[in-house]
Structures are given as structure tokens and as C-alpha cells.
Design a protein around this ligand. Sequence first.
Ligand code: SF4
Length: 294
Amino acid sequence: MFFAPIQYNEPVFRPPGEAQSAILQATIGCSWNKCAFCEMYTSKKFSVRSPEQLKKDIETLAGITGARKVFLADGNAFVLSAGKLIPILEEINNQFGKIQRISSYALPKDIISKSIGELNQLKNLGLKLLYIGIETGDDELLKLINKGETFQSIVDGIGKAHDAGIDTSIMIINGLGGKNYSRQHAIHSAEIINRLNPKFLSTLTLSLPFGLEHFKSRFDGDYKQQSIKELFEELRLFIENTNGTNVIYRSDHVSNNLILKGVLSKDKEMLINQINKAIQSIPDNIYPNSPAFL
Ligand code: SF4
């Protein structure tokens, strides 16, 4: 991403919902950088950008973008302590004037490490949304993918953000555990969503940019890839078991084979009908990235 005169440290990722936001690269890379399925920041060594660099970028972005939302990149900029985040948010408010929302990717542990008072302070400075890739609610699978989180740490972290009035957008990965862990992944992921009732929920599909064998070598279990039909079946089981209220659900990431949009649980039946139709229309032996489906 080159946004003259800001030179970003590539690659830069942002959620689809931040397409109109000014992107401020507060940190470089991901402080964890160990999840088995994730290659987003493996080319970067984690570092924190200096207050001087950030001040300059904020001035530039405020002067030329006209944006009303700011997204803090990279992987988990929320790892920064409240002491570091507060001056950044204050500077954004000073330079941008009326700001609608500041958001960031976060890990549950990044939230837990802050006090409720600090979270309140950040929220009052405009930090209104955190994007959290929890990936699954299944403890066994969280360990196999080396997420560094558990069902309980996710509930504690996200619950704390909600207590401070910060909304969350949660991501689950369809196909994360393959055939062997599919059922427990779907059921426990639904269970954690039911516990948290986030504002936004999206499902992505496992992508393998470096190939199946590379992923298998990083996955600490017996990974058996699912066909697209099996991925849809896993998704159906997940949706069937959710009972959240007013959760805005999207499955519209580039990795998804089926676009779904609705509000849980109001649109649950409609979503399940759409998945059923997709299941009926696809042969058994089509796998992601197989030539017949490209
Ligand atoms: S925490 Fe997020 S960005 Fe970091 S390695 Fe895991 S999935 Fe990738």
C-alpha cells in the first residue's frame, strides 16, 4: 500500500469494514506471529513505531484523507500499553477534529492486560471497535493452531472490552481443524459466540497461501482437508448452534465459497436455507483450490 506521502511497511492488512478509514501503522507486524494458519506478517519482525513517526503520519492523514475513521495497523496494534495508545488517540482527535471511530486488531490477552479504567479512557477517546480473530472456541484446536489463547481467555478478554463499552467484531475460520476437528470446532465456536454476543461476527475460510503441506507441518495434529461440501456442513452446524441476538453476521471475505449476510438469530433460518441449497448444489469431491472450482 502506498498512500503518498506515507510509505507503509508492506504488506498492510485491514478489515473490509475499514475500506474508507485512514490507516495508521502504529506497530509493524504481529507481536505473536505464531498461529499455524497465518502468514500475514511472517515476513515482518514485530516493532513499535516511534511517537515522532506517528505524529507525522497522523498530521499527513488528517490533512489529505478527509476520513472520519482511523484504523490502527498492523496485526495487533492493541498490544501497545494504554500509556502508549492514549497519546496516539489524543493526537488523532486533535488532528482529525470530529472522529467517528478508531479501531484496531487485538488479541484477548491485549485487552486483559489493560485495566477497565484504561479501556474506558481509550473508549472515551474514540476507540470503539476491536477486531478479534478468535478463530475457534474449541480449546483443543486453539492449542493445535498455537493461538496462545483459550476459550476462557477469549471470554475474559472480549467480556472486558464489552464491559468498557467497546464493541467487537469476531472472526471464526471455517475449516480450521479439517475433518477430524470439524464438529467440536463448530459447536464450541457457536458456544463462545453465544457467551459473548458480539456486535459483529464473520466467518472466513481457511486459506493456504503456501499450500496444504506447509499448513500441515505447522498444525500440531492430524489435519485432513475438508471438501467444500464438508466446509458448508461445518458452517451449517455452527450457525444452527448459535443463539446470539442482533449479531451482524457476514461471510463475504474473499476466502469464502458462499456469501452470507444476516442478523443472528433473526435470520438464522434464512442462512441455513442458503447453506442447504449450496450443499445440495455441489458434488462431494470438490476441494478448495481444485481446478474444477477455480
Ligand atoms: S495473532 Fe493474528 S496476526 Fe498474529 S499470527 Fe495470529 S492470526 Fe496472525
